[in-house]
Ligand binder design. Structure first.
Ligand code: TRP
Length: 351
Protein backbone atom coordinates (compact mmCIF):
# COMPACT_ATOMS: atom_id res chain seq x y z
CA UNK A 1 0.00 0.00 0.00
CA UNK A 2 1.36 3.38 -0.91
CA UNK A 3 0.89 5.96 1.78
CA UNK A 4 -0.41 9.42 1.17
CA UNK A 5 -0.01 11.65 4.18
CA UNK A 6 -1.83 14.91 4.80
CA UNK A 7 -1.90 17.22 7.76
CA UNK A 8 -2.01 20.93 8.46
CA UNK A 9 -2.26 23.89 10.75
CA UNK A 10 -4.48 26.93 10.99
CA UNK A 11 -2.45 30.07 10.38
CA UNK A 12 -3.50 32.10 13.41
CA UNK A 13 -0.07 32.92 14.80
CA UNK A 14 3.51 31.77 15.03
CA UNK A 15 4.11 28.13 15.89
CA UNK A 16 5.32 27.26 19.38
CA UNK A 17 6.93 24.45 21.31
CA UNK A 18 3.51 22.80 21.74
CA UNK A 19 3.27 22.47 17.95
CA UNK A 20 6.80 21.13 17.86
CA UNK A 21 6.22 18.43 20.47
CA UNK A 22 2.68 17.57 19.37
CA UNK A 23 3.14 17.47 15.61
CA UNK A 24 6.25 18.95 13.99
CA UNK A 25 8.69 16.45 15.54
CA UNK A 26 6.57 13.64 14.16
CA UNK A 27 6.41 15.22 10.71
CA UNK A 28 10.19 15.48 10.57
CA UNK A 29 10.51 11.83 11.57
CA UNK A 30 7.99 10.79 8.92
CA UNK A 31 9.70 12.93 6.31
CA UNK A 32 13.07 11.39 7.10
CA UNK A 33 11.68 7.86 7.05
CA UNK A 34 10.30 8.60 3.60
CA UNK A 35 7.80 5.75 3.69
CA UNK A 36 5.22 7.53 1.57
CA UNK A 37 4.33 8.38 -1.97
CA UNK A 38 3.18 11.90 -1.11
CA UNK A 39 3.21 14.04 1.99
CA UNK A 40 1.09 17.20 2.02
CA UNK A 41 1.26 19.88 4.65
CA UNK A 42 -1.50 22.41 4.38
CA UNK A 43 -1.73 25.91 5.82
CA UNK A 44 -5.46 25.95 6.52
CA UNK A 45 -6.35 29.58 5.86
CA UNK A 46 -9.92 28.87 4.75
CA UNK A 47 -10.56 27.03 7.97
CA UNK A 48 -8.94 29.77 10.04
CA UNK A 49 -11.21 32.35 8.41
CA UNK A 50 -14.16 30.55 10.00
CA UNK A 51 -13.57 32.40 13.23
CA UNK A 52 -11.34 35.19 11.96
CA UNK A 53 -13.31 36.76 9.14
CA UNK A 54 -12.82 40.11 10.86
CA UNK A 55 -9.07 39.65 11.03
CA UNK A 56 -7.77 38.65 7.64
CA UNK A 57 -4.58 40.61 8.30
CA UNK A 58 -3.69 38.18 11.06
CA UNK A 59 -4.18 35.20 8.74
CA UNK A 60 -2.09 36.80 5.99
CA UNK A 61 0.76 37.53 8.33
CA UNK A 62 0.57 34.10 9.92
CA UNK A 63 0.82 32.29 6.59
CA UNK A 64 4.37 33.58 6.13
CA UNK A 65 5.20 32.93 9.78
CA UNK A 66 3.96 29.35 9.66
CA UNK A 67 5.82 28.71 6.39
CA UNK A 68 9.01 30.07 7.99
CA UNK A 69 8.40 27.90 11.05
CA UNK A 70 8.00 24.80 8.83
CA UNK A 71 11.24 25.50 6.99
CA UNK A 72 13.13 26.34 10.15
CA UNK A 73 12.29 23.07 11.88
CA UNK A 74 13.57 21.25 8.82
CA UNK A 75 10.56 20.38 6.71
CA UNK A 76 11.97 20.06 3.23
CA UNK A 77 9.92 21.25 0.24
CA UNK A 78 11.67 18.64 -1.89
CA UNK A 79 10.15 15.93 0.26
CA UNK A 80 6.83 17.43 1.34
CA UNK A 81 4.30 19.57 -0.51
CA UNK A 82 3.53 22.68 1.50
CA UNK A 83 0.55 24.68 0.26
CA UNK A 84 -2.13 27.20 1.22
CA UNK A 85 -5.62 25.73 1.46
CA UNK A 86 -7.45 28.48 -0.45
CA UNK A 87 -5.05 28.08 -3.38
CA UNK A 88 -6.85 24.81 -4.10
CA UNK A 89 -10.44 25.86 -4.85
CA UNK A 90 -11.39 22.23 -5.53
CA UNK A 91 -11.44 21.81 -1.75
CA UNK A 92 -14.30 24.27 -1.51
CA UNK A 93 -16.23 22.53 -4.25
CA UNK A 94 -15.79 19.19 -2.58
CA UNK A 95 -16.92 20.64 0.75
CA UNK A 96 -20.12 21.70 -0.96
CA UNK A 97 -20.92 18.19 -2.21
CA UNK A 98 -20.11 16.63 1.15
CA UNK A 99 -22.54 18.98 2.88
CA UNK A 100 -25.29 16.85 1.39
CA UNK A 101 -24.09 13.49 2.65
CA UNK A 102 -23.94 14.36 6.36
CA UNK A 103 -26.68 15.68 8.60
CA UNK A 104 -26.52 19.02 10.35
CA UNK A 105 -27.18 17.30 13.68
CA UNK A 106 -24.17 15.04 13.18
CA UNK A 107 -21.82 17.93 12.49
CA UNK A 108 -23.04 19.84 15.52
CA UNK A 109 -22.44 16.74 17.64
CA UNK A 110 -18.72 16.72 16.75
CA UNK A 111 -17.06 17.01 20.20
CA UNK A 112 -14.22 19.26 19.04
CA UNK A 113 -16.64 21.64 17.33
CA UNK A 114 -18.95 21.55 20.34
CA UNK A 115 -16.13 22.47 22.68
CA UNK A 116 -14.90 25.29 20.46
CA UNK A 117 -18.41 26.63 19.96
CA UNK A 118 -19.07 26.64 23.71
CA UNK A 119 -15.83 28.55 24.20
CA UNK A 120 -16.82 31.20 21.63
CA UNK A 121 -20.29 31.55 23.03
CA UNK A 122 -18.86 32.06 26.48
CA UNK A 123 -17.18 35.13 25.07
CA UNK A 124 -20.45 36.34 23.64
CA UNK A 125 -19.54 35.60 20.03
CA UNK A 126 -22.19 34.25 17.72
CA UNK A 127 -20.99 31.68 15.28
CA UNK A 128 -20.85 31.80 11.52
CA UNK A 129 -22.17 28.76 9.64
CA UNK A 130 -18.73 28.16 8.17
CA UNK A 131 -17.17 27.64 11.55
CA UNK A 132 -19.69 25.04 12.66
CA UNK A 133 -19.26 23.14 9.41
CA UNK A 134 -15.49 23.05 9.28
CA UNK A 135 -15.29 19.28 9.89
CA UNK A 136 -16.86 18.88 6.46
CA UNK A 137 -14.19 21.02 4.87
CA UNK A 138 -11.59 19.01 6.74
CA UNK A 139 -13.04 15.84 5.20
CA UNK A 140 -12.59 17.53 1.82
CA UNK A 141 -8.95 18.40 2.62
CA UNK A 142 -8.15 14.82 3.47
CA UNK A 143 -10.04 13.03 0.71
CA UNK A 144 -9.14 15.42 -2.12
CA UNK A 145 -5.65 13.96 -2.04
CA UNK A 146 -6.65 10.37 -1.38
CA UNK A 147 -4.85 10.58 1.91
CA UNK A 148 -4.90 7.36 3.93
CA UNK A 149 -2.79 8.58 6.87
CA UNK A 150 -3.43 11.77 8.77
CA UNK A 151 -0.83 12.54 11.45
CA UNK A 152 -2.64 14.59 14.10
CA UNK A 153 -3.10 15.10 17.81
CA UNK A 154 -5.88 13.54 19.81
CA UNK A 155 -8.11 16.62 19.59
CA UNK A 156 -8.44 16.00 15.85
CA UNK A 157 -9.76 12.44 16.20
CA UNK A 158 -13.41 13.50 15.90
CA UNK A 159 -12.53 15.12 12.57
CA UNK A 160 -11.02 11.94 11.22
CA UNK A 161 -13.98 9.91 12.44
CA UNK A 162 -16.33 12.34 10.74
CA UNK A 163 -14.28 12.13 7.55
CA UNK A 164 -14.53 8.35 7.61
CA UNK A 165 -18.30 8.56 7.94
CA UNK A 166 -18.54 11.00 5.05
CA UNK A 167 -16.37 8.72 2.91
CA UNK A 168 -18.59 5.72 3.68
CA UNK A 169 -21.77 7.69 3.03
CA UNK A 170 -20.42 8.99 -0.27
CA UNK A 171 -19.16 5.60 -1.43
CA UNK A 172 -22.49 4.02 -0.51
CA UNK A 173 -24.41 6.56 -2.52
CA UNK A 174 -22.19 6.86 -5.56
CA UNK A 175 -19.93 3.81 -5.59
CA UNK A 176 -16.37 3.23 -4.32
CA UNK A 177 -14.63 6.52 -5.01
CA UNK A 178 -13.01 7.90 -1.88
CA UNK A 179 -10.30 6.57 0.44
CA UNK A 180 -11.10 6.12 4.14
CA UNK A 181 -8.30 7.71 6.17
CA UNK A 182 -6.72 6.73 9.48
CA UNK A 183 -5.39 9.07 12.12
CA UNK A 184 -1.78 8.64 13.12
CA UNK A 185 -1.61 9.65 16.77
CA UNK A 186 1.51 10.54 18.78
CA UNK A 187 3.37 7.43 19.97
CA UNK A 188 4.19 8.59 23.46
CA UNK A 189 2.09 10.42 25.98
CA UNK A 190 4.87 12.97 26.47
CA UNK A 191 4.45 13.84 22.78
CA UNK A 192 0.81 14.72 23.21
CA UNK A 193 -0.53 18.12 24.09
CA UNK A 194 2.13 20.19 25.84
CA UNK A 195 1.09 22.44 28.73
CA UNK A 196 1.99 26.11 28.68
CA UNK A 197 4.65 27.67 30.88
CA UNK A 198 1.86 28.40 33.39
CA UNK A 199 1.54 24.63 33.77
CA UNK A 200 -2.26 24.84 33.86
CA UNK A 201 -3.52 25.03 30.33
CA UNK A 202 -2.42 23.81 26.95
CA UNK A 203 0.16 26.00 25.29
CA UNK A 204 -1.78 28.59 23.37
CA UNK A 205 -1.22 32.06 22.03
CA UNK A 206 -4.47 33.38 23.48
CA UNK A 207 -3.38 32.25 26.96
CA UNK A 208 -0.01 33.96 26.59
CA UNK A 209 1.88 30.93 27.92
CA UNK A 210 3.97 29.96 24.88
CA UNK A 211 7.59 29.45 24.05
CA UNK A 212 7.74 30.24 20.34
CA UNK A 213 10.00 28.39 17.94
CA UNK A 214 11.25 31.81 16.90
CA UNK A 215 12.06 33.02 20.45
CA UNK A 216 15.67 34.06 21.00
CA UNK A 217 17.87 32.40 23.62
CA UNK A 218 17.40 35.14 26.19
CA UNK A 219 13.59 35.02 25.88
CA UNK A 220 13.63 31.25 26.32
CA UNK A 221 15.70 31.66 29.45
CA UNK A 222 13.33 34.23 30.93
CA UNK A 223 10.30 32.11 30.16
CA UNK A 224 11.75 28.92 31.61
CA UNK A 225 12.90 30.75 34.75
CA UNK A 226 9.33 31.99 35.26
CA UNK A 227 7.90 28.51 34.82
CA UNK A 228 5.49 26.91 37.20
CA UNK A 229 6.95 23.99 39.22
CA UNK A 230 5.86 22.30 42.44
CA UNK A 231 4.35 24.99 44.72
CA UNK A 232 5.32 22.98 47.82
CA UNK A 233 8.96 22.70 46.81
CA UNK A 234 10.07 25.85 48.58
CA UNK A 235 13.60 25.12 49.69
CA UNK A 236 15.98 23.04 47.57
CA UNK A 237 16.16 20.54 50.42
CA UNK A 238 12.39 19.92 50.34
CA UNK A 239 11.20 16.79 48.61
CA UNK A 240 9.70 17.80 45.27
CA UNK A 241 6.87 16.54 43.12
CA UNK A 242 7.86 15.46 39.61
CA UNK A 243 4.38 14.52 38.38
CA UNK A 244 2.60 17.56 37.01
CA UNK A 245 5.72 19.65 37.44
CA UNK A 246 5.93 21.66 34.24
CA UNK A 247 9.71 21.73 34.05
CA UNK A 248 9.83 17.93 34.19
CA UNK A 249 6.94 17.63 31.75
CA UNK A 250 9.04 19.60 29.27
CA UNK A 251 12.14 17.54 29.99
CA UNK A 252 10.11 14.36 29.41
CA UNK A 253 8.98 15.70 26.05
CA UNK A 254 12.25 17.19 24.87
CA UNK A 255 15.35 15.86 26.62
CA UNK A 256 17.35 12.74 25.87
CA UNK A 257 19.53 11.14 28.53
CA UNK A 258 22.56 12.40 26.60
CA UNK A 259 21.22 15.93 27.03
CA UNK A 260 20.85 15.40 30.78
CA UNK A 261 24.40 14.11 31.02
CA UNK A 262 25.76 16.96 28.99
CA UNK A 263 23.90 19.84 30.63
CA UNK A 264 23.55 18.69 34.24
CA UNK A 265 26.97 17.01 34.56
CA UNK A 266 25.85 15.28 37.81
CA UNK A 267 23.23 12.97 36.33
CA UNK A 268 23.42 10.30 33.65
CA UNK A 269 19.70 10.05 33.05
CA UNK A 270 16.52 12.04 33.52
CA UNK A 271 15.31 9.38 35.94
CA UNK A 272 18.29 9.98 38.20
CA UNK A 273 17.60 13.68 38.21
CA UNK A 274 13.94 13.08 38.98
CA UNK A 275 14.85 10.75 41.86
CA UNK A 276 17.05 13.41 43.42
CA UNK A 277 14.34 16.04 43.05
CA UNK A 278 11.74 13.75 44.65
CA UNK A 279 14.01 12.91 47.55
CA UNK A 280 14.93 16.54 48.16
CA UNK A 281 18.17 18.41 47.68
CA UNK A 282 17.77 19.55 44.08
CA UNK A 283 16.63 23.13 43.55
CA UNK A 284 14.26 24.37 40.83
CA UNK A 285 16.80 26.78 39.38
CA UNK A 286 19.23 23.97 38.67
CA UNK A 287 16.59 21.94 36.86
CA UNK A 288 15.43 24.98 34.96
CA UNK A 289 18.97 25.72 33.82
CA UNK A 290 19.15 22.27 32.26
CA UNK A 291 15.84 22.85 30.52
CA UNK A 292 17.02 26.21 29.14
CA UNK A 293 20.02 24.44 27.59
CA UNK A 294 17.88 21.64 26.18
CA UNK A 295 15.39 24.00 24.56
CA UNK A 296 18.00 26.40 23.21
CA UNK A 297 19.97 23.50 21.82
CA UNK A 298 16.87 22.40 19.88
CA UNK A 299 15.95 25.90 18.75
CA UNK A 300 19.39 27.11 17.71
CA UNK A 301 19.49 25.37 14.31
CA UNK A 302 15.88 26.51 13.76
CA UNK A 303 16.94 30.12 14.40
CA UNK A 304 19.72 29.82 11.86
CA UNK A 305 17.48 28.39 9.16
CA UNK A 306 14.83 30.99 9.93
CA UNK A 307 17.37 33.81 9.57
CA UNK A 308 18.34 32.35 6.19
CA UNK A 309 14.76 32.21 4.90
CA UNK A 310 13.80 35.56 6.37
CA UNK A 311 16.30 37.04 3.95
CA UNK A 312 14.69 35.04 1.14
CA UNK A 313 10.96 35.44 1.55
CA UNK A 314 10.56 35.37 -2.22
CA UNK A 315 11.82 31.78 -2.16
CA UNK A 316 9.34 30.94 0.57
CA UNK A 317 6.53 32.53 -1.38
CA UNK A 318 7.52 30.60 -4.51
CA UNK A 319 7.56 27.37 -2.58
CA UNK A 320 3.95 28.03 -1.50
CA UNK A 321 2.88 28.86 -5.05
CA UNK A 322 4.54 25.74 -6.46
CA UNK A 323 3.14 23.59 -3.65
CA UNK A 324 -0.31 24.98 -4.40
CA UNK A 325 -0.02 24.11 -8.10
CA UNK A 326 1.06 20.57 -7.33
CA UNK A 327 -1.66 20.07 -4.75
CA UNK A 328 -4.25 21.53 -7.09
CA UNK A 329 -3.39 19.12 -9.85
CA UNK A 330 -3.90 16.17 -7.53
CA UNK A 331 -7.16 17.58 -6.16
CA UNK A 332 -8.47 18.19 -9.68
CA UNK A 333 -7.91 14.56 -10.45
CA UNK A 334 -10.02 13.52 -7.45
CA UNK A 335 -12.72 16.05 -8.32
CA UNK A 336 -13.03 14.57 -11.80
CA UNK A 337 -13.61 11.18 -10.25
CA UNK A 338 -16.09 12.61 -7.75
CA UNK A 339 -18.15 14.44 -10.38
CA UNK A 340 -18.20 11.37 -12.55
CA UNK A 341 -19.27 9.13 -9.68
CA UNK A 342 -22.04 11.55 -8.77
CA UNK A 343 -23.13 11.85 -12.38
CA UNK A 344 -22.54 15.59 -12.56
CA UNK A 345 -19.70 15.85 -15.04
CA UNK A 346 -22.30 16.12 -17.85
CA UNK A 347 -19.83 15.30 -20.58
CA UNK A 348 -22.21 12.48 -21.52
CA UNK A 349 -25.40 14.52 -21.29
CA UNK A 350 -26.21 14.15 -24.99
CA UNK A 351 -25.55 10.44 -25.14
N1 TRP B 1 -8.00 21.42 12.14
C1 TRP B 1 -6.57 21.37 12.09
C2 TRP B 1 -6.03 22.18 13.27
O1 TRP B 1 -6.78 22.86 13.92
C3 TRP B 1 -5.99 21.90 10.81
C4 TRP B 1 -6.43 21.11 9.61
C5 TRP B 1 -7.21 21.57 8.61
C6 TRP B 1 -6.11 19.76 9.31
N2 TRP B 1 -7.42 20.58 7.69
C7 TRP B 1 -6.76 19.47 8.08
C8 TRP B 1 -5.38 18.76 9.95
C9 TRP B 1 -6.69 18.20 7.50
C10 TRP B 1 -5.32 17.51 9.36
C11 TRP B 1 -5.98 17.21 8.15
O2 TRP B 1 -4.86 22.16 13.53
Amino acid sequence: MTNILLTGDRPTGKLHLGHYVGSLMRRIELQNKGDYEKFYIMIADTQALGDNSDNVAKIRESIMNVALDYLSVGLDPNKVTIFIQSQVPELTELTCYYMNVVTLARVLRNPTVKEEMAEKEKHGKSLPVGFALYPISQAADITAFGSNIVPVGEDQLPMIEQTREIVRAFNNLYGETLVEPNALLPEKKSRGRLVGIDGKNKMSKSLDNCIYLSDDAQTVKQKVMSMYTDPNHIKASDPGQVEGNTVFTYLDALATDEDIKKYSIEYDTLDQMKAHYSKGGLGDVKVKKVLVEVINNILEPFRQRRAYYEQRKDEVYNMLVEGGKKARKDAQHTLQKVRKAMGIDYSDLLK
